[in-house]
Design a protein around this ligand. Structure first.
Ligand SMILES: Nc1ncnc2c1ncn2[C@@H]1O[C@H](COP(=O)(O)OP(=O)(O)OP(=O)(O)O)[C@@H](O)[C@H]1O
Length: 263
């Protein structure tokens, strides 16, 4: 389980007199339960990636608290990381190694014996439906094949929590479907707590048990797709998302732009 409480992070963009402070994350609070797929849904620049980078101990928050299975990430980052599998944007596989060797190598880095890491690679290949890939060099893999290998590598130490930042970026429709299926299996077969970020509504509708809408660095709303739609009185989830994630001024501005383009 992952609990995020009043998390905040600012960045300074530009230099000298041009410098300006950006509140990338400004008081985000949410909880992701075990055996559930939780989606962080928000427009571009809402603060999703920054939030997940803090959860994965890649950057430090200015304020707030993150607990992974009760472990405070700031106080015990290595212990918390041992309970997380993180799939970031850069897949970074070793091209000369086979998929199996990539996975086993990471297992060894996590302190597994060669035998345990190899057994886990076989197990993950079944769950992720990638057995035919295992003994091929990753050089020349498609985006979908790379993603599966990187996901298996992130899960080699069997972490109870999985974090994925925009995992379907660059994947075609079949690879996206395969990833969705893999995440469902990891939830249903292994009971993982899965958190992923996206700005794609359909992905959330198809996959998420729980949705956290992030807007301007804050938690704008959370619930199931049905709950969020009901709250806004919308039958279409895209309309519900627009109501929840954008201010009336932003919606008017987007409407004016669309009108000008149509004229
Ligand atoms: N290292 C950084 N330095 C300066 N500004 C940053 C940095 N990282 C993020 N930001 C800014 O913080 C804000 C939130 O960015 P973030 O990448 O977390 O958003 P996001 O919701 O993941 O967006 P997207 O869907 O476009 O990936 C943006 O305004 C971004 O420009």
């Amino acid at each position: 389980m992952i609990e995020v409480e009043q998390l905040a992070k600012r960045f300074v963009q530009g230099r000298g007199r041009q410098a300006r402070e950006v509140r990338a994350v400004d008081g985000v609070t949410w909880r992701a339960e075990d055996g559930r797929i939780t989606g962080l849904l928000g427009p571009n620049g809402a603060g999703k990636t920054t939030t997940l980078r803090m959860v994965a101990a890649l950057i430090q928050p200015d304020a707030g608290r993150i607990r992974v299975d009760g472990i405070d990430v700031a106080a015990e980052p290595m212990k918390a990381l041992g309970r997380m599998g993180v799939l970031s944007d850069s897949r970074g596989l070793y091209p000369r190694l086979t998929a199996r060797e990539n996975i086993v190598y990471y297992g060894r880095l996590h302190g597994l014996t060669h035998r345990a890491a190899a057994a886990r690679a076989d197990e993950l290949a079944k769950v992720l439906d990638m057995e035919p890939l295992l003994d091929r060099r990753t050089d020349g893999f498609s985006q979908g094949e790379k993603m599966k290998t990187a996901l298996a590598r992130a899960l080699v130490h069997n972490p109870p929590n999985i974090i994925l930042d925009e995992p379907t970026n660059g994947l075609d429709v079949l690879a996206t479907r395969a990833l969705r299926e893999a995440l469902r299996r990891l939830r249903d077969v292994e009971g993982k707590c899965i958190v992923f970020s996206t700005h794609i509504m359909q992905e959330v509708e198809r996959l998420c048990d729980h949705v956290i809408v992030i807007s301007h660095g804050r938690t704008a709303a959370q619930g199931t797709v049905a709950e969020l739609s009901a709250r806004t009185g919308q039958t279409d989830f895209e309309e519900a998302f627009v109501d929840l994630a954008f201010t009336p001024a932003e919606r008017d501005h987007a409407g004016q732009l669309a009108g000008e383009q149509a004229a």
